[in-house]
Design a protein around this ligand. Sequence first.
Ligand SMILES: Cc1ncc(COP(=O)(O)O)c(C=O)c1O
Length: 418
Amino acid sequence: MTNPEKNHLWRPYTQMKTAAAPLEAVRTDGARIVLADGRELVDGIASWWTAAHGYNHPHIRAAVAAQLAAMPHVMFGGLTHAPAERLAARLAALLPGDLDHVFFSDSGSVAVEVALKMALQLWLNRGVSGRTRFLAFRGGYHGDTLGAMSVCDPEEGMHRRFGAALPTQVFCDLPTSAERVAALEACLAHHENTLAAVIVEPLVQGAGGMRMHPPEVLAEVARLAQSYGLPLIADEIFTGFGRTGTLFACEQAGIVPDILCLSKALTGGTMALAATVATGAVFETFLSDDPAAALMHGPTFMANPLACAAANASLDLFESEPRLAQARAIGARLAAGLAPLRGRPGIADVRVLGAIGAVQWSTVPDLAEVKRRFLERGVWVRPFGDIVYLTPALTIAEPDLDRLVDAVVTVVGDVTRP
Ligand SMILES: Cc1ncc(COP(=O)(O)O)c(C=O)c1O
């Protein structure tokens, strides 16, 4: 059978001339992906870090089915609905501090765009002009739309070719040493009057290479942003909902950002939904008798009721099932299982945080070959750059997790050259 998509689909991050044909998935269940040819793969990455409860969780499916029967979608301008009201209230209760004001959108990149726009308009609403730039961190990734691209790592990031077309931002290293703290402070002092906000991925820079930093570093970022009067945007799109071992990564540093972005696992990996959440102080700068002071944003499908129903059901599961303990147990198993790779020639680093395990090569092998070998072993693991990583569903069964870890240890061991 010819594959019709070969002619019509333009695939993500894919060189369409040379890429191998994608595998066709027909079914998912728990931590498994079933392919059209009958093969069953253990998923090591939970569909780009979304499927926190595994695939097809019956509670989420039932919630979405009930919502589908009642009201799949309704515009959010001038109308509201219970699934969104309930979800916003629950997020506000779960998030640290007074992150109480929830703006829904439909993807992580758009949640970041909204956060950047909120920060820009916050200054305009205060009557301050000239604050048009953002301080972001090297190694960071915040999405694929233009504003989000502009705050990704400008040199090593995947969007580096677009530099000339993007707004120019200010980049610093995360303050992981005394010198870097001083450098960040100097940078803030130098650019103080042109900056609108600081944006950071708390505890892990995900797509930039699973680079982890301790909570103290995040606390230092928050302290410095605050001391310069700058709003802090925490991009928890990857880290939110248990991935780092706490519900939100910011909790580990005891910080409350001014604006926080969520997506990915928000709906337990079932539907597209994102949220940009602001503190009371940020929200209040938008309250005015002047209509122009309102946040001028409104995606057509914002607060989609099906997605909100899925997210509410996902939060039920975080309440009723031991997800955070499961994340920490996965972390312990990843740390023990991946340890044999540590210190091997050709391996630069092995690191684990929460339910994230990453192995970094110093000598990168042929990644197409690495992917082929993972498939042979019946696992879905997607190395990128100099990294191979595991971010499985938090509900993954121990034998499946062991199979993923064994595959990584064996395949990486076999393909790595000193
Ligand atoms: C930290 C972070 N921010 C933003 C995004 C963009 O999200 P989306 O792909 O839903 O646009 C991602 C996606 O990987 C991410 O990891």
